[in-house]
Design a protein around this ligand. Structure first.
Ligand SMILES: Nc1nc(=O)c2c([nH]1)NC[C@@H]1CN(c3ccc(C(=O)N[C@@H](CCC(=O)O)C(=O)O)cc3)CN21
Ligand SMILES: O=c1ccn([C@H]2C[C@H](O)[C@@H](COP(=O)(O)O)O2)c(=O)[nH]1
Length: 275
């Protein structure tokens, strides 16, 4: 059982047993049939994985769409796009379709924000020019962007980066996390980003930390959560590897990544999305 599996099971148990229910109030998301999508949630969850010591945040209790997750990261930070057409045609990902704001985009959000403020280049140049700087931050939570267009506010919205000798560490700050639909994917995505930024700036991937303000399970996902608690994890310790000589951040592709020792428990679970 990996560290990730232990934390995954503990968080699911804590949410089911001690989570606070939103049923006493109004909520924004709803299911396709119009029913409000309530959650059980816990707050201020913090996890730390030392990638340089072989720790890796992937659960083996279910398959994780890690390839699609990495492709979404390329869409945000390399293409710096908010266009669903790019996500579909270039990467064959459809999971943002329900958040089309009406013009084929997800609004002035995520990749469009990275582009508007040139956040990725500022980060890469900042780390190269002043390694021990304490201002290496990407912040996609921009209120002026929210006023510009409709759209879901970014969930995994901020990263803070630190050089520590030969290592690069990152903290992902996430305001809201749909634990069973995206929780497992979000972590892999940002380890992949850590690996790419580290390679592009000449460091080794160090510590990945993740702070989640509101970690929730939707009411229509509770039976799947209980099913996960019944499963026995794999005895393997999977790892993601970025295996390439490339050093230009914008040249990395999915094919440069390999997942080794990955034998997740099947079958995959199905979820009704809260929109
Ligand atoms: N309620 C909610 N949860 C989310 O996780 C979420 C949103 N809304 N809104 C925007 C995006 C869309 N996200 C999604 C939506 C669906 C899948 C999903 O269905 N994943 C399946 C299929 C993977 C595949 O296509 O390969 C999975 O097995 O992980 C994943 C992330 C993450 N975000
Ligand atoms: O990368 C992502 C994107 C979205 N989510 C989830 C978290 C919430 O369940 C919804 C967003 O709803 P809000 O009411 O805006 O919080 O999407 C995620 O977990 N990861």
């Amino acid at each position: 059982m990996t560290k990730a599996d232990i934390l995954y099971v503990n968080n699911i148990k804590e949410i089911i047993e001690d989570g606070y229910s939103t049923e006493d109030g109004k909520v924004r998301p709803h299911y396709k049939d119009g029913t409000p999508a309530h959650t059980l949630f816990i707050t201020q969850v913090y996890e730390k994985y030392d990638i340089s010591k072989g720790e890796f945040p992937i659960t083996t209790l279910r398959p994780t769409a890690w390839k699609s997750g990495i492709k979404e990261i390329l869409w945000i930070y390399q293409d710096q796009s908010n266009k669903l057409e790019v996500l579909k045609n270039k990467y064959n990902i459809h999971w943002w379709d329900d958040w089309n704001v009406g013009d084929g985009t997800i609004g002035q959000r995520y990749g469009a924000t990275v582009k508007k403020y040139d956040l990725m280049n500022k980060l890469l140049n900042g780390i190269k020019d002043q390694p021990y700087g304490r201002r290496h931050i990407i912040d996609m939570y921009q209120y002026s962007d929210f006023e510009e267009t409709k759209g879901l506010h970014p969930c995994a919205f901020m990263t803070e980066w630190s050089v520590r000798g030969e290592y690069l560490d990152v903290t992902l700050i996430q305001r809201s996390n749909d634990y069973l639909v995206a929780g497992h994917i979000n972590k892999i995505q940002y380890v992949a980003l850590l690996m790419m930024v580290a390679k592009a700036t000449g460091y080794k991937p160090g510590i990945f930390a993740h702070h989640i303000q509101n970690l929730h399970i939707y009411d229509r996902h509770i039976s799947q959560a209980k099913e996960l608690l019944q499963r026995k994890p794999s005895d393997k310790n999977p790892k993601l590897i970025l295996d390439t000589d490339k050093t230009n951040f914008y040249d990395f592709t999915l094919d440069d990544f390999k997942m080794v020792d990955y034998e997740p428990i099947k079958p995959q679970l199905k979820f009704e999305l809260a929109i």
